[in-house]
Design a protein around this ligand. Structure first.
Ligand SMILES: [Zn+2]
Length: 451
């Protein structure tokens, strides 16, 4: 943490510049920043201390609110209040952005072999945002197992198509299968990857789509290649309308000029306080905003804290969709902070365009080792990317151990912070199960995972 944060802070501060204790159950108020502008730029140590003060506040908020800060809980509301007060105190003009959004809840899926060789299909997962439906039809294979061009689906008409994960997003496979006249899509995982939980873009040209493991897929493909196998695919979708609230803060002097948006999701998963995921991103963003404001360098900085990220990037999506063309045009770049406090962390940088270039140049200038990640669609930056806005983001890891290479490069886990009252257990999160590498087409909404 001590090793990781200062570099990220320095880089983030530089980019922003060049782009232009309370009791549980009671409100947690922001502590004043201990250093003023007259004392000059902070050291990395001072910045890290400030980040930890915010992290501890979020831990207290969780402790006072049934241990969570998830969407639609008092812990989320208290987090909103805290972030709002912190930004207002630093001099920003804050506003709450509330809208309605449709989210998927508990869709279910099943696949049953009704004719031909019985195959154990193991866990069948509905893809997020899959259309519902039922189909009983022969299993067809694509000519190329990855099925990324329409030609691959020559045998798909009236069939349930089986394809392998990889090369193109699941959304692409589902749309191609639909175009070829298939009734349902089964995607099996890449070799050695186990069960498959995929996500689709929110489009209306898709068919019921489910994921199965690599082993089940290989067995089903073998059976299907011999012919005569008929399956029944059943997908029940369940959707719910929710109210999501984001917090947006602008520097008062910015006027109609261009802005750099510094964003982080404010909600946790229901199962924990969400200190790494993502009080860490919020605390870092708050600290940067406070510091840049104190140093008179906050002109053009917009801070955005997103709601309901854990339900599928809901808050950031609602915000981006609400923007006029003119407002989109004012956004010079987006910087995403999601999970930047892993105790076994690496310095992972993702994104494209000017913000990404600025961060990588700055890290290299300071001789800070980092790893370029491709996590398109995994966090709120995806919505900005879909508008062709340049983005950059940091990710230092979830609960997963470093790989051998990463451990060599980034070292053993650092010792806990000296003031460390960060007592949260590793937050259970779907993020830790997400692959490090993914791709989605620039025009499709987020989270269209592929290998
Ligand atoms: Zn997160």
């Amino acid at each position: 943490m001590r090793r990781l944060l200062p570099a990220a802070l320095a880089a983030a501060a530089l980019f922003a510049c060049t782009s232009e204790a309370p009791q549980p159950s009671e409100p947690v108020s922001p502590a004043p920043a201990s250093q003023g502008p007259s004392e000059g730029p902070w050291t990395g140590e001072q910045l890290t201390d400030r980040v930890f003060a915010h992290l501890e506040a979020f831990q207290r908020i969780a402790d006072g609110n049934a241990g969570t800060r998830a969407h639609d809980t008092s812990g989320y509301d208290a987090s909103l209040d805290y972030a709002e007060q912190s930004l207002a105190r630093a001099g920003f003009t804050t506003s709450r952005h509330t809208s309605e959004a449709v989210v998927e809840e508990n869709s279910t899926a099943a696949v049953r072999v009704v004719q031909g060789t019985q195959v154990d299909l193991g866990t069948v997962e509905p893809m997020t945002r899959t259309p519902g439906g039922e189909a009983t039809a022969p299993v067809a294979l694509t000519t190329d197992p990855l099925g990324c061009t329409l030609d691959d689906y020559a045998a798909a008409k009236g069939a349930v198509v089986l394809v392998q994960r990889g090369r193109c997003p699941f959304t692409e496979k589902s749309a191609l299968a639909h175009e070829a006249g298939a009734l349902a899509l089964i995607v099996y995982n890449a070799p050695g990857q186990g069960d498959l939980r995929g996500e689709l873009a929110d489009r209306d040209d898709l068919i019921p789509s489910v994921g199965i493991s690599d082993a089940a897929g290989a067995a089903l493909a073998a059976a299907a290649s011999e012919g005569g196998i008929v399956v029944q695919v059943t997908v029940e979708e369940s959707r719910e309308t929710i109210q999501v609230t984001n917090l947006i803060a602008d520097w008062p002097g910015t006027g109609d000029g261009d802005v750099l948006v510094l964003g982080a999701h404010l909600d946790s998963v229901p199962a924990g306080p969400g200190i790494n995921d993502n009080a860490s991103g919020v605390s870092l963003a708050l600290t940067l905003a406070e510091r840049l404001a104190a140093e008179g360098r906050a002109d053009g900085l917009r801070v955005a804290f997103w709601g309901a990220e854990e339900l599928g990037l809901v808050g950031s999506g609602a915000y981006v969709k609400s923007l006029s063309q003119e407002e989109v045009g004012r956004i010079a770049g987006y910087v995403n902070l999601d999970m930047v406090a892993s105790t076994n962390g690496l310095i992972g940088l993702y994104g494209a365009g000017a913000p990404f270039e600025a961060f990588s140049a700055e890290l290299e200038r300071h001789d800070v080792g980092y790893q370029v990640l491709s996590i398109t669609g995994a966090s709120d930056h995806a919505w900005f990317e879909s508008l062709d806005i340049g983005v950059a983001g940091f990710y230092t890891g979830a609960g997963e151990p470093l790989s051998g290479d990463e451990a060599q490069r980034f070292g053993a886990p650092p010792t806990p912070h000296a003031t460390g009252a960060i007592t949260s257990p590793a937050t259970p999160s779907t993020r830790s199960q997400r692959p490090r590498s993914a791709s989605a087409s620039a025009t499709s909404p987020p989270r269209a995972w592929t290998a």
